[in-house]
Design a protein around this ligand. Structure first.
Ligand code: ADP
Ligand code: MG
Length: 241
């Protein structure tokens, strides 16, 4: 393993992904090389269909590449079995998406607690429930939702739903947050408020964030932007050249 792997929290080496539609092979990622340092907030931009979500899913161990390697915190992740990937993701990687994916019957705080409730046995959750509830409240206050603990998703605005999803993604205290078009369903001002929340989590808590977006204004809020072009990652200067 090279030293770069240890310095980076996350890295992709020569990652390829091909989708098959019947007989036809559609190459989406053609050798992606990409490093994210600890504490960075990186945005990934690219045209619709350029493979941004595909790459994020691979980085987040939701899927496996056809070739190449992915490392998280010095460990290779792409060759882990399904159980190993689930364990890694549940403990260390938070995910948020364009459409929030909240459970409609649960309140805000219950949605935030749902990952730990699912993960633990009833007894183990019960014995730690105070600690988790305190953490959930604190996270909801951090994202500006301390006044909406007992609302159902249908009683929340889009921005409030995304704030809830961010708090839920952080309940297990992950080192990395992966965000797929987190502002894609929000108006511009609300999108910028969500970006502010992510920015604050990054600077105040040192949370490493990789954010996919097609919005250049949102991308500009990151420390660094990489462009996904023709199945490969180009740095901002390369893409401009
Ligand atoms: P982006 O997020 O940049 O819009 P995606 O990663 O979602 O792009 O998709 C990249 C390409 O791969 C698109 O052409 C899409 O149609 C195709 N694709 C994505 N997921 C699948 C899948 N599960 N099966 C087949 N093709 C897929
Ligand atoms: Mg996408």
């Amino acid at each position: 393993m090279s030293t770069a792997t240890y310095e980076s929290l996350l890295s992709a080496r020569g990652v390829k992904k091909v989708y098959r539609k019947g007989e036809v092979a559609v190459p989406v990622l053609k050798g992606v090389d990409f490093n994210v340092a600890r504490g960075e907030l990186v945005s990934i931009v690219g045209q619709s269909g350029s493979g941004k979500s595909t790459l994020l899913h691979l980085l987040g161990t939701l899927d496996k590449p056809d070739a190449g390697e992915i490392y998280f915190d010095g460990r290779r992740t792409d060759n882990l079995g399904a159980a190993g990937r689930d364990l890694l993701r549940n403990r260390h990687i938070g995910l948020i998406f364009q459409f929030y994916h909240l459970l409609p019957e649960l309140t805000t705080i219950e949605n935030v607690l749902s990952p730990v409730m699912i993960r633990h046995s009833v007894w183990s959750y019960w014995s730690k429930r105070r600690e988790y509830q305190e953490r959930a409240k604190e996270l909801l206050e951090t994202v500006g939702l301390g006044h909406r603990l007992n609302h159902k998703p249908r009683e929340l605005s889009g921005g409030e739903m995304q704030r809830t999803a961010i708090a839920r993604a952080l309940i297990a205290e992950p080192q990395l947050l992966l965000a797929d078009e987190p502002t894609g369903n929000l108006d511009r001002q609300t999108g910028e408020e969500i970006l502010d929340v992510l920015r604050r989590l990054n600077t105040e808590r040192g949370l490493t964030i990789v954010m996919v977006t097609h919005d250049p204004n949102i991308a500009a809020g990151a420390d660094r932007t990489v462009h996904l072009v023709e199945g490969r990652v180009k740095s901002a200067n390369q893409a401009a050249a």
